[in-house]
Ligand binder design. Structure first.
Ligand SMILES: Cc1cc2nc3c(=O)[nH]c(=O)nc-3n(C[C@H](O)[C@H](O)[C@H](O)COP(=O)(O)O)c2cc1C
Length: 191
């Protein structure tokens, strides 16, 4: 038992069980106080709200990128493509110049956009919530873009990179139940 009455959860088991939840991978970027690009690999990203448009991500409290995002008040979510494993490894490291061999450009909103990302979501920081050893950062979406190629996303599952089957970029047959789910915007429907 923990001092506040909860069952002890073994960290390894926590990671293994949570690893059953497959996610995409993003690199979240901003410009630091000297105008240099900074960023980190982040799987804890999610869509949050359609009206108004909001997303969230969860940086560890130790993240140097988070410190720069907090100071700048804005960030860009770059959704990685299957071919960007090396990009992910670099941004998941703590090396000082992660952008050294990476193609990128500065957007009109003064945010770094990575070349070949499947999508970019530029945001201002709307609020920050305490989440144990992480923060939950909620962003108001300011601009969106997506790749015109039919690229596939890089995935993270059970502690490893993976990818979807090649045929999954073909649009799925129309299904009335899903179409309703994706287009309904009543207040009690999530996306
Ligand atoms: C696939 C992958 C997913 C990650 N997801 C997160 C995450 O959701 N939140 C987080 O704080 N760190 C995450 N990390 C770890 C950070 O990218 C890593 O700690 C990085 O060194 C932080 O860099 P910074 O201190 O320059 O911000 C992830 C790393 C990898 C490789």
């Amino acid at each position: 038992m923990t001092t506040d009455g909860f069952a002890e959860i073994d960290p390894r088991r926590f990671r293994n069980v949570l690893g059953q939840f497959c996610t995409g991978i993003t690199v979240i970027t901003t410009l630091d106080s000297e105008g240099g690009p900074v960023g980190f690999a982040c799987q804890s990203f999610a869509a949050l709200s359609l009206e108004p448009p909001m997303v969230l991500f969860c940086p560890t409290k130790q993240s140097r990128t988070w410190a720069a995002i907090e100071a700048a008040g804005r960030f860009c979510v770059n959704v990685l493509a299957e071919e960007q494993r090396e990009v992910c490894a670099r941004f998941g490291s703590r090396e000082p110049d992660k952008f050294a061999e990476i193609g990128w450009r500065t957007s009109d909103l003064k945010l770094p956009l990575l070349d070949d990302a499947l999508a970019t979501i530029q945001c201002t920081v709307a609020s920050v919530v305490d989440g144990g050893d992480h923060y939950i950062v909620i962003g108001r979406v300011a601009a969106l873009s997506e790749s015109t190629d039919s690229g596939r996303p890089l995935l993270f599952y059970r502690g490893q990179y993976t990818a979807i089957e090649p045929d999954k970029t073909t649009p799925a047959p129309w299904r009335a139940d899903l179409e309703h789910f994706l287009t309904t915007t009543t207040q009690d429907t999530w996306l």
